[in-house]
Design a protein around this ligand. Sequence first.
Ligand code: 5RP
Length: 229
Amino acid sequence: MTKSGNGNPKENAGYKAAEYVRDGMIVGLGTGSTVAFTMDRLAERIKGGLRITGVPTSIQTAMKARERGIPLASLDDVSQIDLTIDGADQIDPSLMLIKGRGAAQVRERCVADASKRLIIVADSSKLCDQLSGPVPVEVIPFALGHVTRKLEQMGGVVVVRDGVKKDGPVLSDNGNIILDYHSGPIKDPQALESEINNIPGVVGCGIMAEFSDIMTVIVGENDDCRILG
Ligand code: 5RP
């Protein structure tokens, strides 16, 4: 346990992660409310002289970073990322993840894959004994019906994620549709990740089983953080 303590678990985790950032680093910036706290802290440190370049995983994160004065580059502009800080929706004991409530899992996976180290920030409600979904799945519009049928044949329930105003599906930053695949308890996350990602028309799903070797998880509590991995 490390003491940071302000009663907000997401804020504690987000702030703690910012301590891992060193001068000169290229930093992958994940998407979501927990990483927003990390960006708050990084912005303060930048005012104090820290020099970093952020690589955002979504338009939303890019906007938040610009508001905070964090210099940005695109993934194309960098050959490697020193450290990425991102959120998660479910985390199992082997540090396998489900991501994508913010519909950014495809870009988040690209940025994680380019990173030497990945820090996941979350509150303890995200920890689970077994991943259970729903699993966000980004699908090209052309293949919506095809992918839906394939996922239903795998035994789960498919829900097209509605837009905020309920007037159409959520579109990812890549212009694709987001499905939520309700699989029930996931016995073998790696196998399900491959099975979903291998359906033609799927751009990427939110199961991330391959990053545990570069990952540290910072779990925010009311007054502390726990470090896993
Ligand atoms: C976005 C994500 C987010 O990182 C995840 O949904 C966690 O968000 P929050 O920190 O707001 O709980 O995967 O695609």
